[in-house]
Design a protein around this ligand. Sequence first.
Ligand code: GLA
Ligand code: ZN
Length: 690
Amino acid sequence: MGIHNDYSERNYVNPAFPHFVHGADYNPEQWIVTKEIWGEDMKLMREAGCNEMTVGIFSWAELEPEEGRFDFSFLDEIIDMIDKNGGKVILATPSGARPRWLASKYPEVLRVRPDGTRIRFGGRHNHCYTSPAYREKVRIINTELARRYSHNPAVMAWHVSNEYGGECFCPLCQEAFRGFLREKYHNNIDELNHAYWARFWSHTYRDFSEIEAPSEYTDTSIHGLTLDWKRFVTHQTVDFMKNEILPLKAENPDLPVTTNMQYDFRDLDYFQFRDVLDFASWDAYPRWHSGDDALTASAAAFWHDFYRCLKNKPFFLMESTPSLVNWQEYNKPKKPGLDTLSSVQAVAHGSDSVQYFQWRKGRGSSEKLHGAVVGHDGSSDTRVFRSVRRTGDILEQTDEITGSGVKAECAIILDWENRWALEDCQGFVRNDKKYIETCYQYHHVMWSRAVNCDVVHPHDDFGRYKLVIAPMLYMTDSGTIENLSRYVRNGGTLIATYHTGTVDGTDLCWLGKTPAGTLSDVFGIWREETDTLYPWETGKIIYLGKEYAVKDVAEVIHASSAETVGEYRADYYYGFPAVTRNSYGKGTAYYQAFRDDGCFIRDWLPEIMKEAGVAGNIPNETEFPHGFTAHSRQSGGDLYLFCENYSDSPVRDVHLGQQYIDMLTGEKRDTVSLEPYGLAVLKTDLASRS
Ligand code: GLA
Ligand code: ZN
């Protein structure tokens, strides 16, 4: 369940530092033999308007050069320097990469591949999460770090490890997986066999000891097993993370803990991180300029919205590049304006930080060409440095926004387990189910209408939303069915789509009419068939006299109590309902039986929002100029409006519907004009809004 924010007071990540954080990943140990660079860095940090550095992420070999021999001198010195320069430190635990001695002495810390071969020392995030030796070594170094630094006033938060991810198929992990299943299925192998439909192809288990992790070398036909393995990988990662956090909290329970999560990361169900972290943070590397930047921006916004909702409080943008990355196929710098705009975008969606990877470009190894605030020229006289400085100025001018919340009347449901089940299922389109892309599609319509939107778990409390959208909720367990039904019964407006309510929480198909259980009543329909369209096929529907294209999926449904508002106009289901509306309890449930190319929901969703009483951040009847959007944060009586232009053309005179103070120029304004990739941050009091 999400934690509710009533927006009445500020909610700071660390109340001891109630300001925006502007900083970067900093690896001073890479410059330990040319230490004059450290002094230069301090000067440049002040010049860039940075007030924070994240250190220690990959420093284990420096901090514990030999087993049990610790040397914190470099960290002591650098934390002291940052402190003396008025900066704060986010201190990392070093488990993201281990020293060579550790892997040589305890080979079990290294991962095993599905084929049973153990990976040799190398890379970074290559560790077994189950290994008692690794957990113990991490516990020891984290204890040392916590004792030494967790009461240092310069240290404002912990950054545990780095981008947790990956799986390990070693005997220890296999045994832990069996233990996880024993607990889940009450040590009853028949219960597991039933949940896995294991009689299929004679795969019945006689005992838990026969279970092996699914892979190309074992079994991928038992969908319940694959789903449970993914759940286990998240469970084991979270368990490892808890082991990391324990010694930190033992020394100072008040120092907040986060870990840096990633953009559209399939492998871990981040909702399970919710209760373990004090605040969320993530690394945003969208592929800017690879197509329509408005689409790239709204997809990035989707993840900002998710990370805000994870803890229902301000999150941190822990990493972003001030220019380019080095790992995409085409590594393109951000165009002028976009660095600041994409940084402020995070803030608009609820981030209280803008942080970069990395502060200074290393000279060698694989990230030497990755963008950084300071390049190999060591100069501040660069386009990139100036844009970081500009972002720093904006954060300073708008610092009072820190700790405020985002109020959204709409939510989109995101569910990792559903995604895993859907992508694993053999049916429909075999390989390209487009789950996340479909979530983005709905989110984009709200984004382009300047409507704040939350991204929530299917079991969250939806009571505060006027509209909830549940794209492709193929796997709906009984808790989700009950939660959705209750929401509509109590007066909510729900939109769901094709695939809803097909399998239960163990990936067994629901029997009887679908959408399963009470959902058939909620939507007033039942599903008979699903047509999968070839990529070159386009179907057709009609809604309010206008025809729209059908792509990929068309369900043949029957309306029981629902009213048909859109109808198929092609194929053997010509005349069948394609979009339905049903009253259920005090609420309304819409069902969209087909996938469109975005044109239908662009027209339809604003109608539903209007009917549900959803207000955008700027009142308007038509669409804004392409690439324009606006998002808001609020707290107490203050409302902050961020206007953003993700296009390379200027935007002129958008009417705001009321007067605001421009926080960057001090002017009063009731219209806004923006440069290409430009932005404005405006303020008003909430009372003047109504
Ligand atoms: C990730 C990692 C960083 C760095 C960047 C490069 O976000 O956490 O250490 O490798 O990618 O973009
Ligand atoms: Zn392992």
